[in-house]
Design a protein around this ligand. Structure first.
Ligand code: ADP
Ligand code: ZN
Length: 362
């Protein structure tokens, strides 16, 4: 018998740079941080129109070899077909192993471009340049890349960590308020699961954050990214602690799917957080006052706190049972036991979940 010894020590360390006006400075930074013969910028049709030319220009100014490829914007295009089309275009640009992919866009771009980078030439480096608030505080950080399948979201993908994340708050200026608020839901979640001080800060500064006050925005993104990074460092593959990021998502994800994605991720997670906070209250973990605080902050941002009429608690329960989160009958949740702390793998009786969801019907 031949033994192939392949014990590995991997260093996937990456940096996150947060600030206003960061993206024009990115090419010169990449020369040192992620050198490449060619940079392939992947983006979607909306972001290409808004920022494509200028972004490419910054690379040319630094005399770097760069090309831009794009696909039609929208979650419905986060598919294997789009991935294949992008791969064709990239190979036609005669890109080689010494290329680096840059994901310029929201979560959809980050997920597809990261997945392309994970398999092209058996894996090449990539850099995240998130342009939505949701992508800046959540999806760009942590190495999850994927495309959707008709049977579900993110079913085909890989863990592939970026080499660098460039967060430029200037991108947010063109983002609609609806998309902006979508990101605030995840920020509130991050505070609730990990850091009461951050939650107090959000309670104090929420109006400024909603109005995109530059200083508050930067502090918030920084605080949020630090918290999330501390979880990724502990558990990249979501075997344990990373599961706390799913607070509000067990119910939220079912609502999102049942709405056929008409309800945006953050909006569905907002309702999910209220429902799951009520479950935590039933378990004797949260006080009524905590649930009120959570509902209040969500309302101040104009995030929903009630189940849409068209989606019944029983259909949500059935959907959750189909999800892989349900092992041995009981559905497992990530639930906060106080503001700033979260437990994972909490089995909850279906009757309790139903009762809590019925309590917040529109
Ligand atoms: P996510 O909300 O997960 O980041 P998307 O990648 O689908 O999801 O982005 C949401 C929408 O916002 C898409 O239509 C995308 O093209 C658009 N978009 C992304 N960044 C910006 C921006 N900075 N300004 C305006 N629209 C943007
Ligand atoms: Zn989420």
């Amino acid at each position: 018998m031949i033994q192939v010894n392949l014990k590995k020590v991997v260093d996937d360390t990456y940096s996150i740079d947060i600030g206003k006006g960061n993206s024009p400075k990115l090419p010169s930074l990449l020369k040192k941080l992620v050198p490449a013969f060619r940079y392939i910028i992947i983006t979607d049709s909306n972001v290409a129109k808004l920022y494509g030319k200028t972004f490419l220009f910054h690379f040319e100014k630094e005399k770097l070899n760069a090309s831009l490829v794009s696909f039609r914007a929208g979650e419905e295009n986060k598919t294997r077909e789009t991935k294949a089309e992008l791969e064709n275009k990239i190979l036609q640009h005669s890109a080689g192993k010494d290329s680096v992919i840059i994901a310029l866009g929201g979560g959809v771009v980050g997920d597809v471009a990261g997945f392309v980078a994970s398999t092209l030439f058996r894996g090449i480096p990539f850099v995240q340049v998130p342009t939505t608030l949701l992508a800046q505080v959540d999806s760009s950080n942590g190495g999850k890349t994927a495309v959707d399948h008709p049977l579900g979201k993110n079913l085909i993908g890989a863990y592939h960590q970026p080499k660098h994340i460039c967060i430029d708050t200037d991108f947010l200026k063109t983002l609609s308020q609806e998309e902006y608020v979508n990101g605030i839901a995840e920020i509130i979640k991050q505070a609730l699961i990990q850091d009461e001080k951050f939650f107090l800060f959000l309670e104090k500064e929420m109006e400024k954050l909603v109005n995109r006050d530059e200083k508050i925005l930067k502090t918030t993104i920084e605080w949020n990214c630090k918290l999330k990074a501390s979880i990724i460092e502990k558990d990249e593959r979501e075997i344990g602690p990373r599961k706390i990021l799913n607070f509000g998502h067990t119910i939220g994800h079912a609502i999102e799917t049942l709405s056929q994605y008409k309800l945006r991720h953050g909006y569905a997670v907002s309702v999910g957080m209220v429902a799951e906070s009520l479950i935590a209250k039933e378990l004797g973990w949260l006080k009524e006052n905590d649930v009120q605080r959570i509902e209040n902050i969500l309302k101040r941002v104009k995030l929903p706190t009630r189940l849409p009429k068209s989606i019944s608690p029983i259909t949500i329960l059935k959907k959750m049972q189909l999800d892989k989160k349900s092992k041995e009958g009981k559905i497992k949740y990530s639930l906060i036991d106080k503001v700033g702390h979260c437990e994972f793998n909490v089995g909850v009786e279906n009757e309790i979940a139903l009762r809590c969801m019925r309590g917040i019907m529109e």
